[in-house]
Design a protein around this ligand. Structure first.
Ligand SMILES: NC(=O)N[C@@H](CC(=O)O)C(=O)O
Ligand SMILES: [Zn+2]
Ligand SMILES: [Zn+2]
Length: 382
């Protein structure tokens, strides 16, 4: 491997703050290895992933399967995955689309609607392949039109059944009322839906998906560990809302919940790099065909699967917390879900690589996050 152009001072600072017990003498001795830096970590899982279906599924699945051991598969297809039978069929098509010899395991979810029954939850649990139920407030995001219109009025028996089976509820945490400013929708959701829900069901396990605000960070930190957790995306760790408008409208940085101001981004970075067990990796990789992003009414969703690990590594490196990366990528998620941690490893090499401009597939093109830009960390299976 080539040695890197990386300022030695910065490297020392990073290493010293990541591994405080490391002495300067040792740093000098391992200088060569530091310059050719590699991290070997337990293979990560992705606890929030959109794989879509058909040709797009075939195109994107290798990017996730290459790096991740398992992923929680979001059910917002058209039509949505509302039954155990549909989830099992979707799982089969994912397995069929996997590269040969891939060990990737899809963990399926059910899409909650006003008419989901407790019997369906029982069936889901008994299937052994469904790990969670996803709450989309109707109209909150991509393909959420069949989502829940009245959680407290319509879904209480279903939530009770989920508690009985220890089945986590995954939430897209935004209210949909048009009078609430789009930048406040997560905060208002916490106040009006999530807090009351958690109070009403102290045993319910909840994952607040793709948190974007310091309000969400504070809420999750205030709840019992092991009961309420949050996934964090690469984009909400490295981008703020300025990047939606940098030099013109940037559709490939548009996702929901929408990027927030810098202070929120900083709060999320502090939370994940603190070593808290409450936060874990969930990319929310959400591919849309290029023509559905670059058009007069572009879809929400960032395709980040090819770059996610490189971006997470950069965030932990810059925070001087590389020693905490593995818990975030590979331990906190399975521990929360009560699943074993992966036993295989992957390597992250500190080497510059260029993100492809786009990936073509049978029905068009999909543009990844940071298309055409250079990233520092290159993941590869050991
Ligand atoms: N995050 C997004 O902006 N989009 C997701 C839906 C979601 O996770 O809310 C999608 O399915 O495209
Ligand atoms: Zn969402
Ligand atoms: Zn999502």
């Amino acid at each position: 491997m080539q040695s890197m152009q990386y300022p030695l001072n910065k490297l020392r600072e990073n290493i010293a703050s990541s591994f405080p017990s490391t002495t300067f003498k040792v740093l000098k001795e391992v200088k060569i290895n530091i310059i050719k830096m590699e991290l070997s970590i337990t293979r990560p899982d992705d606890w929030h992933l959109h794989l879509r279906d058909g040709k797009l599924l075939e195109a994107v699945i290798p990017h996730s399967a290459h790096h991740f051991g398992r992923a929680i598969i979001m059910p917002n297809l058209k039509p949505p995955i509302t039954t155990t039978a549909a989830a099992m069929a979707y799982r089969e098509s994912i397995l069929k689309a996997l590269p040969i010899n891939s060990g990737f395991t899809p963990l399926m979810t059910l899409y909650l609607t006003d008419s989901t029954t407790p019997a369906e939850i029982k069936l889901a649990k008994e299937s052994g392949v469904i790990y969670a139920v996803k709450l989309y407030p109707a109209g909150a995001t991509t393909n959420s039109q069949d989502g829940v219109t009245d959680l407290f009025g319509k879904c209480m028996p279903v939530i009770e059944e989920m508690v009985k089976h220890n089945m986590p509820l995954l939430v897209h945490g935004e209210v949909t009322s048009p009078e609430v400013d789009i930048f406040d929708r997560e905060k208002v959701f916490i106040e009006t839906v999530l807090s009351p829900l958690v109070l009403k069901f102290p045993q319910l396990k909840v994952v607040m998906e793709h948190v974007t605000t310091m309000d969400a960070v504070k809420f999750v930190e205030s709840c019992a560990e092991g009961r309420i957790a949050a996934t964090v995306t690469p984009q909400h760790l490295v981008l703020n809302r300025n990047s939606l408008f940098q030099g013109g409208l940037q559709p490939h940085n548009y996702c929901l919940p929408v990027l927030k101001r810098e202070t929120h981004r900083q709060a999320i970075v502090s939370a994940v790099t603190s070593g808290s067990k409450r936060f874990f990796l969930g990319t929310d990789s959400a591919p849309h065909d290029r023509l559905k992003k670059e058009c007069p009414c572009g879809c929400a969703g960032i395709y980040n699967a090819p770059v996610a690990l490189a971006v997470y590594a950069k965030v932990f490196e810059e925070a001087g917390a590389l020693d905490k990366l593995e818990a975030f990528t590979s331990f906190n998620g399975p521990d929360f879900y009560g699943l074993p941690r992966n036993t295989s490893k992957i390597t992250l090499r500190k080497t510059p690589w260029k993100v492809p401009e786009s990936f073509s597939y049978a029905s068009g093109h999909v543009v990844p996050m940071f298309a055409g830009e250079m990233l520092d960390w290159l993941p590869s299976p050991v």
